[in-house]
Design a protein around this ligand. Structure first.
Ligand SMILES: NC(=O)c1ccc[n+]([C@@H]2O[C@H](COP(=O)([O-])OP(=O)(O)OC[C@H]3O[C@@H](n4cnc5c(N)ncnc54)[C@H](O)[C@@H]3O)[C@@H](O)[C@H]2O)c1
Length: 317
C-alpha cells in the first residue's frame, strides 16, 4: 500500500516519512512537496515528487488507486499566509480541496490525517481552552485550517475518505533555521543557546505557549492514523495535548539543562507586533479527549529539550 505525505520535505513531513518506514503494510512512501532540498531519509521505499498541491493534474498522478494513507501537511505557515492572501488560500484551502477530491476518487476510502493548527482558535479566549470550544480564528491561516477541518469532516461524513484532523500546538524545538512563523522564537530561544549562540526573545517571560516536541507530534500523527474509525466517531477534529508553559519556564528549562551561560544567551527584547500576535493565541489547553484516546504530550521542558538533543541537535564534530 502506498502512503502519500504532502509537505513531505518539510520539517514534520520528513520525520513522518521516516516513521512510516517502520510500517510493514506500507510498501511505498511518496514525499510530495513544492521543493526538494535533498535531505529526506534515504530508502528504496521513499520517493520524492515535486509539484504544487493545488494543481489537480499533479495530484491525480500522486494519489493513485494503490494509495491507502494520506498525510496532508503541505501548507503556507502563519505569517506567510497573512502576508500573501492569495497564496495562503491557493495552498491552504484550494490545495486541501484538490487533495480531498483526488482521495474521493480512490476505489476504497483512504485514511487521511490533516495537520490543522491552534490558530483555528481566536478572538476572546478563556485562559484554558476545553475540547468543545468554538473555532473563531482571527488570521487567514487559522481560517484556512478551520475550513480544512470542516472539509475533512464532510468528506468523511459522505464516506469519501476516513479523515482525522489534528490541531497542532507550537512544535518546539524545530531543527534548522528560524522560519516565517510568528512562533519561530520559541524554538530559537532553546536551539540557538544550546549551540552557544545568542537568541532574541520578542515576548515577555510571562507569555504562555502550548508546546509539543516534533517527536511527540510524529507519534500523534501515527496514533491518529492507527486508531479505528469508530474511535473517532462523528468528531474528526482533535486538539492535541500540549505542554503548557510560560516563556520564562522555557528559559528555566534551558538553564537546568545547560546552565546559566546558555540562559544568558537569551536577549529579552520585546517586539510589540510579535507580542500582540502571541497574546492572541491559546494559552493552555484542556485536551481531555485526546488524552483519553491515548495521545501524549511531553511532560516537562526537560523532556522536550532532551527530545531535541537526541533527535535533531547537530552533533559536535
Ligand atoms: N510546526 C508547527 O509549529 C505547526 C503548528 C501548527 C500547524 N502546523 C502545520 O503542520 C504542517 C507541517 O508543518 P511543518 O512545521 O513541517 O512546516 P514546513 O513549512 O516545514 O512544511 C510545510 C511544507 O509544505 C510545503 N508547501 C508549501 N506550499 C506548497 C505547495 N504549493 N505545494 C506543495 N507543498 C507545499 C513547503 O514547501 C513545506 O515543505 C503545516 O501544514 C503547518 O501549517 C505546524
Amino acid at each position: 500500500m502506498k502512503a502519500v505525505v504532502t509537505g513531505g520535505t518539510g520539517m514534520l513531513g520528513k520525520k513522518l516519512g521516516k516513521a512510516l518506514l517502520a510500517r510493514s503494510e506500507i510498501t511505498k512512501i511518496v514525499l510530495f512537496d513544492v521543493v526538494d532540498p535533498g535531505d529526506t531519509p534515504k530508502d528504496s521505499r521513499i520517493e520524492v515528487v515535486v509539484g504544487e498541491v493545488f494543481d489537480p493534474a499533479t495530484i491525480a498522478k500522486l494519489i493513485t488507486p494503490d494509495t491507502g494513507a494520506i498525510f496532508h501537511l503541505a501548507g503556507v505557515v502563519s505569517a506567510g499566509a497573512e502576508r500573501d492572501f492569495d497564496l495562503g488560500y491557493r495552498v491552504n484551502l484550494d490545495g486541501t480541496r484538490v487533495v480531498l477530491e483526488a482521495a474521493r476518487k480512490l476505489p476504497k476510502p483512504a485514511k487521511l490525517v490533516f495537520a490543522s493548527s491552534l490558530a483555528a482558535y481566536g478572538g476572546d479566549l478563556p485562559d484554558v481552552i476545553p475540547d468543545e470550544f468554538r473555532l473563531t480564528p482571527q488570521t487567514s491561516y487559522g481560517i484556512q485550517k478551520a475550513m480544512g477541518e470542516m472539509l475533512v469532516a464532510d468528506y468523511t461524513r459522505k464516506g469519501y475518505l476516513d479523515g482525522r484532523s489534528l490541531r497542532l500546538p507550537t512544535i518546539v524545538v524545530r531543527p534548522g533555521k528560524p522560519n516565517l512563523a510568528a512562533s519561530t522564537f520559541a524554538s530559537s530561544i532553546i536551539r540557538e543557546p544550546l549551540a552557544g549562540q545568542k537568541a532574541v526573545c520578542p515576548v515577555s517571560a510571562d507569555a504562555w505557549m502550548p508546546l509539543l516536541s516534533p517527536r511527540r507530534c510524529i507519534e500523534a500523527f501515527m496514533r491518529a492514523y492507527d486508531l479505528p474509525s469508530s474511535d473517532w466517531g462523528w468528531n474528526r477534529s482533535l486538539m492535541l495535548p500540549s505542554l503548557d508553559v510560560t516563556v520564562g519556564e522555557m528559559a528555566e528549562g534551558l538553564k537546568r539543562h545547560s546552565g546559566a551561560k546558555a540562559f544568558d544567551l537569551i536577549e529579552w527584547k520585546q517586539d510589540e507586533m510579535i507580542a500582540k500576535i502571541v497574546a492572541g493565541w491559546p494559552k493552555r489547553l484542556d485536551s481531555k479527549r485526546a488524552r483519553k484516546m491515548g495521545f501524549q504530550s511531553d511532560t516537562s521542558m526537560d523532556e522536550l529539550i532532551r527530545n531535541y538533543v537526541e533527535d535533531d541537535m547537530p552533533k559536535a564534530a
